[in-house]
Design a protein around this ligand. Structure first.
Ligand code: F6R
Length: 606
């Protein structure tokens, strides 16, 4: 949520800042801005909307300066307009901010009493005036320390100063911040992705730290101002991972590459020769874990819900799941032998991070299932299970969802065999089946053309429902979420058996309803529930798996058949047509698929 960048160099920086802002745009895209320092003057340009608007304005202004900061915004305080866009500046400083200052109202009152005048409705502007106020009587470093002490909430900051020709200050609490090292220049960015085209040498600030960058110097400090030494990490993944190639959208590319990402992940965890699962260096005796709590948000939460079904089916462990924003404020009764698992693609989601932090502070066993292995959640959990699916740029999560489910499934299998809940032969057979999953996903991706046609009905619908039972229920929730966020069609995911307890009242003539009914243990029950909605006028899209037996039901509007697999693996296959359904429904409406309205990837605010 919001992306920040800073570059100090010996050459002009505005076009490099624009390049990085384009990469950060997935974090926020309602406005953008940039400030550079040139001959003791801070120049600022801001625009409503996308980075391309900002770029046009910068070209007109011919922005000079070899130190600068930039920002893409996802509005929290104040509507998305030019005045509220970052950077925010006084005569002396200019600031970009990602996060929320919770005590901004109190600080604003204090600053107004000191004669400061505010231009925007943002919380960020208090930081500008606060630092300007402290600079009156303190040196730069002490002003920063004092200012940071006053702020409540979360932030990643980039600050430039009128009288410091090549200097940028970065600071973080809650929101992520990376520093990159280049030849005769240094960088600050919300993530390594933004810095990738300039450097692969990165350090990360920890919570409470700040840094001072000059073109030939980088220094880190803790909140009291004591120097901190940092490791320099070398990033590995290649630039091409960040390119959409011949695809129209990142989402389309990310859906299509799922067979490969699943294969890569399986390679990391499965011992092909012995048909066993390798989880190295796990810090506790896996056999001594008696219960598990899985925590995440949005799509990641759906993978937790999916995992609960697998854990319950395959192991005798107690499994609870929670939405991170709920977990963090509940009165938790922490359990010593419980493993707390945090699932997050970005590894930066504020609510998930806060839940992890809470568990860490209570000395619980914490483990994360993440995609971005340099992220805060990956770094701060006691143990990390990466999903190995490469950068996910489309705001709507697709390949990461399959990756999260895969790792959680592998984990449940491993625990089931260790705890002797599953006999060795069944375990080995399940691993053999799993190795075939990428191929089955590849074949299921071929349902493409049929979905394109079907999607028009969803595009024009007033509302829709997604129904499933058992293993298919979390997938129904995920299918509905994808349609909502991409095509802006009201979609509700529901357990098929619950419809008669209320939601059946919503069904009216022609309403599109997706029924997930693979031939598993729940099949007959789900088919009965499907008939109940058909009888009330629903236009049913049945998604099942291939079988020699015909579906015994009349008046089904459309049927899509995914490949067949053992029951555990069907959720992966059912997900694919739902991703495509949402994609094509949004495409037909001409919506911005990679950047749906009001959203952003990496949700670093509460
Ligand atoms: C939906 C989606 C979101 C994320 C959620 C958590 O398509 O992408 O619901 O799943 O914001 O994000 P991560 O996984 O980064 O913690």
């Amino acid at each position: 949520m919001c992306g920040i960048i800073g570059i100090t160099s010996s050459k002009p920086v505005s076009s490099a800042i624009i390049n990085s802002l384009r990469k950060l745009e997935y974090r926020g895209y309602d406005s953008a801005g940039l400030a550079t320092l040139s001959e003791g003057i801070i120049n600022e340009v801001k625009s409503e909307g996308r980075v391309e608007n900002l770029e046009k304005n910068i070209a007109i202004k011919n922005m000079q300066g070899s130190v600068g900061i930039g920002h893409v915004r996802w509005a929290t305080h104040g509507i998305p307009n030019t005045i509220n866009a970052h950077p925010h500046s006084s005569n002396n400083v200019s600031i970009v901010h990602n996060g929320i200052i919770e005590n901004s109202t109190i600080l604003k009152k204090f600053l107004i009493s000191k004669g400061h005048k505010f231009k925007s409705q943002t919380d960020t502007e208090v930081i500008v005036h606060l630092i300007t106020e402290y600079l009156k009587e303190n040196d730069l470093k002490n002003s920063i320390i004092k200012m940071l002490n006053q702020l409540h909430g979360s932030f990643a900051l980039g600050i430039i100063f009128k009288d410091q020709p090549d200097l940028i200050v970065g600071a973080r609490r809650g929101s992520p911040l990376a520093v990159g090292y280049g030849p005769n220049e240094n960088y600050l960015g919300s993530d390594s992705y933004a810095l990738k085209s300039m450097t692969n040498k990165i350090s990360y600030l920890n919570d409470g730290e700040f840094c001072i960058l000059k073109k030939n110097l980088v220094e880190f400090f803790n909140e009291k101002g004591a120097k901190v030494n940092k490791k320099v990490l070398e990033l590995s993944s290649s630039e091409q991972d960040y390119d959409k190639g011949d695809f129209k959208h990142f989402m389309a590319k990310e859906i299509e590459e799922q067979p490969t990402t699943l294969k890569n992940c399986i390679k990391e965890y499965i011992d092909n020769i012995n048909n066993d699962i390798n989880i190295y260096n796990f810090p506790w005796d896996l056999k001594k874990i008696s219960s598990i709590t899985l925590i995440g948000c949005g799509t990641a939460y759906h993978s937790c819900l999916m995992a609960k079904y697998w854990f319950e089916e395959l192991t005798s462990l107690d499994v609870t799941i929670d939405i991170a924003s709920e977990f963090r404020y509940r009165k938790n009764r922490f359990k010593k032998d419980n493993l707390y698992v945090f699932v997050s693609q970005s590894g930066e989601t504020a609510d998930t991070y806060a839940a992890l932090d809470l568990c860490n502070k209570n000395n619980m066993k914490t483990c994360s299932v993440v995609n971005v292995i340099e992220s805060s959640i990956a770094r701060d959990a006691n143990f990390v299970l990466p999903i190995h699916c490469g950068p996910e740029i489309g705001v709507a999560s697709t390949k990461a969802f399959l990756g999260q489910m895969l790792v959680l499934y592998i984990f449940s299998l491993k625990l089931s065999v260790l705890n002797k809940d599953l006999d060795k032969k069944t375990y080995v057979n399940k691993i053999k089946d799993l190795k075939n999953l990428p191929k089955l996903v590849e074949e299921t991706l071929l349902t493409e053309s049929k979905i394109q046609t079907i999607s028009s009905t969803f595009t024009d619908a007033k509302g829709s429902m997604f129904l499933g039972r058992g293993f298919s229920y979390p997938i129904a929730l995920e299918g509905a979420l994808k349609l909502k966020e991409l095509a802006y069609v009201h979609a509700e995911g529901y357990p098929a058996g619950e419809m008669k307890h209320g939601p059946l009242a919503l069904i009216e003539d022609g309403m599109p309803v997706v029924v997930l009914a693979p031939r598993d243990n729940y099949y007959q029950k789900t088919i009965s529930n499907m008939q109940e909605v058909i009888a009330r006028g629903a236009k049913v899209l049945l998604i099942t798996n291939k079988s020699k037996d015909e579906v015994m039901s009349e008046n089904i509007w459309q049927t899509i058949e995914v490949e067949s697999a053992n029951d555990d693996l069907l959720p992966f296959l059912l997900t694919v047509p739902l991703q495509k359904l949402a994609y094509y429904s949004a495409l037909k409406k001409g919506y911005d698929i990679d950047k749906p309205r009001n959203l952003a990837k990496s949700v670093t605010v509460e």
